[in-house]
Design a protein around this ligand. Sequence first.
Ligand code: XMP
Length: 510
Amino acid sequence: TIVVLDYGSQYSQLIARRVRECHVYSKVIPFATTAAQLRDEAPAGIILSGGPASVYEDGAPQLDPAILALGIPVLGICYGMQLMVQTLGGKVVPGSAREYGRADMTVVEPGRLFAGVKADLRVWMSHGDKVSALPDGSRVLARTHNTEYAAAQIGDKDIYGIQFHPEVVHSECGSQIIANFCLKICGCSGAWTMASFIARSIEDIRSRVGDDEVILGLSGGVDSSVAAALLHRAIGKQLTCIFVDNGLLRKNEATSVQKLFGENFQMNLRTVDAAERFLSQLVDIEEPEQKRKIIGRVFVDVFADAARDMRRARFLAQGTTYPDVIESASINGNPSAMIKSHHNVGGLPPDLKFLLLEPLAQLFKDEVREVGRQLGLPQSVVDRQPFPGPGLGVRHLGPVTKKTLDILREADAVMVEEIKAAGLYYHKLWQAFAIFIPMRTVGVMGDLRTYEYIIALRAVESTDGMTADWADLPHDLLQRISSRIINEVRGVNRVVYDVTSKPPGTIEWE
Ligand code: XMP
């Protein structure tokens, strides 16, 4: 294992991920971890992340000097480098020229860290402070125009500092440098795979849970499905999944969850049909945020009731992944902050106290998918597009009713079916779905005047949902979707396609 001590960089997890890409297990742990804890953990290497602070400020996160004396190789990145330099007697000062973005770096001494890396490379910098003097016995390995000590071996041990960010894709050879640290300097074998992650997680889960019982809120989405499959593999019937049907699900969603998890996997699955409870609270509610709040609140109530029936459970498992961790820690009013409030156990009433199990919290989405594949989840689940917690509630403009939700469900199913049938597209799209517009327009069908609802189609490409572009779907595909919806879904006589990117639009219409 290589541990990443997190000094608050937005890239800490990305560093861990790059290490895992070298087939070495890596996880992020708090910077305040002590040398004694690290000695017990015995990682093969330690990486100190970057961070927003200045090392010379009061209250700046510190480094336990004993960590550098453990004899374990250390790589400090950006703030991590500055911290090591300061700890070992060098000097860090505010930079006269701040360096953000691209920089051209020259490797002056490759050593093991830059083995196989070309001499001139473009790297990505993001720092205000800089190292102005290295501790005694250090060697400069690379420099840029602005930064004399862009990389250095600090002292005579395997302690390295680099001022740039090898973990971001804009740094040339960044992965090679990380691989050199893990394989050449720390001596890791590079034999770790997702299968070893699964094996290790199963052991961890078993030893934490013992004979106790665990409940998990299963939504049918990728994360909770993979968490369910992993926990089931670890503890079998000690796991109970609670699936809440809120009446705002897509067509056949409840049945397919029942089939897959209840029948195929033979899990303890409790489906709570709470459609009535949700819909009765949503009568006449038009404002999107109010809908979200109500749906979130009722979800917590319904889930809590179901959980109260399971008094023996001590653990609550969640499919939290790394992006959720940052989203809920959120940063500048990023809308994703509230996205997950819905699934958050923070919202459970005080009489329900669970220990949290989050076996996927260190992973990125594509890694979670890989775990799911290896656990035997079908492609249709593993590659599923994201679906918002409030479900069709925010894809049905205006107040929801059972009848109009059914119209939306049918139209949405047609759209997804056609897109899947056209090959390629479904996986290229971040999301593709239908929206119900509660207004009627005039049409003509079979010589008769019609006056019916509108369905909008939305299909976007995106890598993270933060920005998105509308997808230029082939016209004949749009044509098929449109005619099938109008022919097959009673109550709709017009289909429109949304050609708005995000920004300025959002992906969902509400
Ligand atoms: P927007 O509409 O803000 O959506 O561009 C960005 C991504 O977030 C999803 N989304 C939600 N997910 N609860 C969720 O769990 C919500 O209230 C919510 N609102 C939007 C949306 O589907 C898209 O992937």
